[in-house]
Design a protein around this ligand. Structure first.
Ligand code: NAD
Length: 411
């Protein structure tokens, strides 16, 4: 029987703390990797997190745990933070980067959930299903066909042809919709989807307009009175992107005047932080308007996918140093050259660092088998695969550089 090769850091010594009921799919992967996984169902207040984090290598949170500079300063062993959600503004990202701690999230795990909801809403709006359902619940029998349509043969206009837009474009064709899209970036059309040259051209040609753009200065108030007027009379608007993209008062006005036949809105300029009553919106009470509380991506499948995606990114970072999908770190990935040791070095991004590192490597007579460097305005992140006999000496010398933030060795 062969003895296993020694590793730079035994996996069983890696401590993972998962807070806020992170999906079991993450626990399965992290524990399956041999890491020690501890879980807590809620978020921890700062003082308690500071106590718990001192010997933790990987921290997993959702939206309620605040990873403050004070927490990060105590987290001396912390390798990375996983945000098992979409947003990352609960983490002091710049501070983490300055301490060599990348944060990973899962922005695209709920793509399918959003696309399926929009597809359902297109049919719901076209048949006025929610209004009929409310009437029957209230005891009213109102069987009508006027103003109700099949969606087959109608035109769907997708604004923002990214992850969700493309997935929706593929699904919508299965229902017989003709799909147009507008994006500011050049995007390869899926299936028979066709791109149009401008937002105005898309608005004028579509029976349904659905928005899938990010929140940027350019998309703020992108759909206001003029754009709604450019839409066809009797058409529908759907927004499950971000609340700032649509001028809600203008939409309410277009619906009240009957210019639009309906709308589905999942996101709002002001959204409550927690589940509560008393949500106010000029859209409340309008006919054939589907209002949902930002649930486009909220499915159990998306939660499971988020668990898998973030856990996989954390494991890959521990095992290989890959930072693909990190939100506060230069993104790099390098297949490990056989028979080498890998040095991972995070340094302050100032002139001369690479000169110093290369001098160390050359002085030790080390042979570089592969190397990759990426930088941002604050840090540089370097992976070097080296001959095994000199790797420890190189690691020690690189760690001692004045520009060093964090250096690890992997084998
Ligand atoms: N309702 C929900 O629960 C929910 C869930 C997931 C995502 N979202 C939101 O959906 C939106 C889209 O998500 P995604 O994953 O498809 O993002 P993505 O980054 O994959 O795609 C966005 C697309 O919009 C394009 N774009 C940017 N600015 C544009 C402009 N001014 N005009 C036209 N196109 C423009 C980009 O080029 C890109 O192709 C985001 O705002 C995201 O926050 C909402």
């Amino acid at each position: 029987m062969s003895t296993p090769a020694p590793t730079s850091f035994p996996k069983a010594a890696i401590k993972v703390l998962l807070l806020e009921n992170i999906h079991p799919s993450a626990v399965e992967l992290l524990a399956g990797e041999g890491f020690q996984v501890e879980r807590a169902s809620g978020a921890l207040p700062e003082a308690e997190l500071i106590e718990r984090i001192r010997d933790v290598h990987l921290l997993g949170i959702r939206s309620k745990t605040r990873v403050t500079p004070a927490v990060l300063d105590e987290a001396r062993r912390l390798l990375a933070v996983g945000a098992f959600c979409i947003g990352t503004n609960q983490i002091a990202l710049d501070h983490g980067r300055g301490r060599g701690v990348p944060a990973f999230n899962a922005p695209f795990s709920n793509t399918r959930s959003v696309a399926e909801m929009i597809l359902a809403e297109i049919v719901v709006l076209s048949r006025q299903l929610f209004d009929r359902s409310h009437e029957v619940h209230a005891g009213t029998w109102k069987k009508i066909a006027t103003g109700c349509h099949e969606v087959r043969g109608k035109t769907l206009g997708i604004v923002g042809y990214g992850h969700i837009g493309r997935q929706l474009g593929v699904l919508a064709e299965q229902l017989g919709l003709r799909v147009l899209f507008f994006d500011i970036a050049a995007r390869l059309p899926m299936g028979n989807n066709r791109s149009v040259a401008s937002l105005d051209a898309l608005l004028a040609a579509s029976d349904f307009v659905t928005l899938h753009v990010p929140e940027t200065a350019q998309t703020k108030d992108m759909i206001g009175a003029a754009q709604l007027a450019a839409m066809q009379p009797g058409s529908y608007l759907l927004n499950a992107s971000r609340g700032t993209v649509v001028v809600i008062d203008a939409l309410a006005d277009a619906l009240r005047r009957g210019h639009l036949a309906g709308a589905a809105v999942d996101v709002y300029p002001d959204e409550p932080e927690a589940n509560s009553g008393g949500f106010a919106s000029p859209l409340r009470g309008l006919g054939n308007v589907v209002l949902t509380p930002h649930i486009g991506g909220s499915t159990e499948e998306a939660q499971e996918a988020i668990g898998r995606e973030v856990a996989t990114a954390l494991i890959k970072y521990v095992n290989t140093g890959a930072t693909t999908s990190a939100v506060n770190f230069p993104e790099i990935e390098l297949p490990q050259a056989r028979g080498t040791h890998r040095i991972l070095n995070v340094h302050r991004n100032v002139p001369g660092v690479m000169r110093d590192v290369n001098r160390i490597i050359s002085d030790k007579g080390a042979n570089i088998r592969a190397q990759i460097l990426a930088t941002d305005e604050a840090i540089g992140y370097l992976l070097v695969d080296l001959d095994q006999d000199v790797s420890h000496a190189v690691k020690d010398a690189v760690s001692a550089l004045e520009t060093n933030i964090k250096t690890r060795i992997l084998y």
